[in-house]
Design a protein around this ligand. Structure first.
Ligand SMILES: *[C@@H]1O[C@H](CO)[C@@H](O)[C@H](O)[C@H]1NC(C)=O
Ligand SMILES: *[C@@H]1O[C@H](CO)[C@@H](O)[C@H](O)[C@H]1NC(C)=O
Ligand SMILES: *[C@@H]1O[C@H](CO)[C@@H](O)[C@H](O)[C@H]1NC(C)=O
Ligand SMILES: *[C@@H]1O[C@H](CO)[C@@H](O)[C@H](O)[C@H]1NC(C)=O
Ligand SMILES: *[C@@H]1O[C@H](CO)[C@@H](O)[C@H](O)[C@H]1NC(C)=O
Ligand SMILES: CC(=O)N[C@H]1CO[C@H](CO)[C@@H](O)[C@@H]1O
Ligand SMILES: [Ca+2]
Length: 443
């Protein structure tokens, strides 16, 4: 784990290995002294052993808690900056695309008019620069997101953070951001002035609307589409678009639904491939698909809302102020932020039952933290299993109370849920829904 982390960060700090080493060393020594006095390592023989015999020893390591340096928060800040930058580049690109499409339209309309000879050239050049810029911002963004993930996952578990020089990372990323920002600013000026010149002449409200990209349900809602239903979204213009169910009523609307249970018509005991691509019927019960959820949560900071209803008509909800699902390479690892709501924080129930930062497991792919079996197979579900669960919304749909293994739709903090009923019956849910929305729209 440590090695992965180190390589990852060192890959974005190629040139600064020795700066600030002195400062680090003193920190390291202080750190070591602290540990030496607080929790000494002990080595003891496991049993009595005779001379000449190979003797088994047991080493007791103290449990370690490492304070991350204050620059950890800086990475968070830089990360946000890059995200803003990314948004700017996207907007820039969109406005240029719109502008270009309009120009094309105009050319068709005015085919008979004389065309200016060199009109294409500067536009192409600007297009290319934006493409370059975009790929650079994307690279930086994903590096940072990965670094952030690694740091989060290692928080409190890392032995020697001094391996990584945080100051260097800051400097490097800062200079990168500064450079990109200046390029974006210069391009922005050029592009928007050219656009406004053309839009002034040929702007029609219908024309612009046509070319807008809807990243998710929130974009539709903003444009006045307020009826629940299926809409086509394009969270990342480099990938295909796809259909999603939009909840336009709950809590100010604009929610992209990623999972829904309501009658047991769809089987959720499925393979990795099924969970990757999504399954079910968007109008009824479905899993949107891990690749799509990744794209949606990558393109914007998202919040997650979970709505649950039991067979007594009790309706409660949970809201997480951050929700991100990593890509397939990182096994669709889950990230959740702070909880609020009425249903209880079952995704992060305790230190030992915590679905945050866990990989996705399906009955045919075991990435869980349970050493002697596959939680996905045991509970007939694909989920971010720990060892194994305090929540599982993809469990089997029971139409009433059930007995046996806790393999139904499960939310451990639900009133009376974890204990079951006196005669061994377990409670089940009538409805469950998971949905996401850009964070900046949630007050
Ligand atoms: C930005 O970076 C490019 C190459 O990465 C470099 O050529 C250029 O001089 C830099 N610009 C500034 C303002 O630092
Ligand atoms: C906008 O159009 C006017 C003439 O209509 C022209 O003089 C001006 O240079 C144009 N501006 C840009 C940035 O292309
Ligand atoms: C889930 O699927 C697996 C493999 O397809 C199967 O062996 C198992 O019996 C199923 N579990 C349930 C509860 O249907
Ligand atoms: C999905 O469900 C709706 C409503 O029940 C139904 O009309 C539609 O045919 C179903 N679609 C598929 C692909 O099964
Ligand atoms: C969660 O709450 C803590 C403390 O209130 C805050 O510092 C942190 O930024 C919050 N996390 C998110 C993702 O907003
Ligand atoms: C989820 C998804 O389809 N991701 C694809 C997006 O596009 C890149 C580049 O074409 C692919 O590598 C991803 O698999
Ligand atoms: Ca396992």
């Amino acid at each position: 784990m440590k090695l992965v982390y180190f390589y990852l960060l060192s890959s974005i700090v190629p040139a600064f290995h020795n700066v600030g080493a002195v400062e680090d060393k003193t920190e390291e020594i202080q750190e070591e002294e602290k540990f030496a006095s607080a929790c000494p390592v002990s080595l003891e023989a496991k049993k009595q052993c005779e001379e000449g015999e190979e003797c088994p020893y047991q080493m007791n390591l103290p449990s370690l808690t490492i304070q991350l340096p204050k620059s950890f928060s800086m990475i968070e800040q830089v990360f946000k900056e890059v995200q803003n930058l990314k948004e700017t580049v996207n907007n820039l690109k969109k406005s240029c695309q719109e502008c270009k499409l309009q120009a094309d339209d105009n050319q068709e309309i005015g085919r008979n008019e004389q065309q200016q000879p060199n009109k294409e050239a500067p536009e192409k050049e600007s297009d290319n620069r934006i493409k370059e810029l975009e790929s650079e911002v994307n690279k930086l963004f994903s590096n940072l997101k990965d670094a952030k993930e690694e740091i989060n996952s290692l928080h409190g578990r890392l032995e020697k953070l001094s391996l990584v020089n945080m100051n260097n990372i800051e400097n490097y990323v800062d200079s990168k951001v500064a450079n990109l920002t200046s390029v974006v600013n210069s391009l922005d000026g050029r592009c928007s002035s050219r656009c406004s010149n053309q839009t002034e002449q040929h702007y029609t409200s219908a024309g612009i609307q046509q070319h807008l990209i809807y990243k998710d349900c929130a974009d539709y809602y903003k444009k006045g589409r307020k009826i629940n239903g299926i809409y086509r979204v394009t969270p990342d213009h480099k990938n295909r678009s796809f259909e999603a169910y939009c909840d336009m009523e709950t809590m100010d609307g604009g929610w992209t639904v990623i999972q829904r249970r309501l009658d047991g018509s769809t089987n959720f005991n499925r393979t990795w491939e099924d969970y990757k691509n999504g399954f079910g019927n968007l109008s009824r019960e479905f899993w949107l698909g891990n690749d799509k959820i990744h794209l949606l949560t990558k393109s914007r900071d998202m919040v997650l809302r979970i709505d649950l209803e039991d067979f007594n008509g009790v309706k409660l909800y949970a809201l997480y102020d951050q929700f991100y699902v990593a890509n397939e390479f990182l096994k669709y690892r889950l990230h959740i932020g702070n909880y609020s709501g009425t249903a209880g924080n079952a995704l992060h129930f305790s230190r030992h039952y915590n679905h945050d930062m866990k990989f996705f497991t399906t009955p045919d792919k075991d990435h869980d933290r349970y050493p002697s079996g596959n939680c996905g197979r045991y509970y007939s579900s694909g989920w971010w299993f720990d060892a194994c669960l305090s929540a599982n919304l993809n469990g089997k749909y029971y139409h009433q109370k059930y007995k046996g293994v806790f393999n139904g739709i499960y939310w451990g903090t639900w009133p009376g849920m974890a204990n079951g009923h006196p005669n061994g019956f377990k409670q089940s849910f009538k409805r469950a829904k998971m949905m996401i929305k850009p964070k900046f729209l949630v007050s």
